[in-house]
Design a protein around this ligand. Sequence first.
Ligand code: PGA
Length: 220
Amino acid sequence: MDKKIFIANWKSHKTKDEAIAFFEYLKDNISKLDPSSKEIVIAPPFTLLSKSRHLIDKYKLPIKLCAQNVSSFPEGAYTGEINAKQVKEFAEYVIVGHSERRKYLHEKDYDIENKVREADEVGLQVIQCVQDENSPVFKGAKIVAFEPPSAIGSGNPDDPQHIAEVFEKIKKDYPQVNLLYGGSVAPENINQFLEIDNLSGFLIGGASLEPDSFISLLNG
Ligand code: PGA
């Protein structure tokens, strides 16, 4: 990956008006985005994918879209599910296997493997989250985000040395994947991670919700 990738994971945050305000702020500060050196990706909730697509296109923002989840099933009689083909209409990327989905929605490796396959089959770029260096990476996942659960939303990011060790092990087992780090990344601490070997970017939760904070992250 030539550019570092920065993914704003909004989780279950933002209404339509809040998303509009976010994208308008980016439009007004577009000169600070510098897309030549980074891949900027926003992962809104499903309800905002369509509106976000519209605003990105309207303001010609150098931003890609990502879904936070996808159905493990294809199109069909699966009430409440949003399948990969439907996601692909709006987004280039999808996050699969986030530890919050394991914890609160009881997702298992089996579900995650099916989601990765469904998403890969329609040409979505899959970002598979893993919690440690021993988690399986499923066929079709080209980007892996290492997110230790204790670092998520805690204000205590993992130690760069430990992240480097985990990356080394994952790379040994899955040489083809690009590696991201996620867990309490913030404007005040991002610089310490930038030099980690094999780091291709970040998955950012809390610090991506305010556009000025997200821009500070992008600019290291
Ligand atoms: P955080 O979340 O940056 O708020 O720790 C990261 C994530 O869960 O993707």
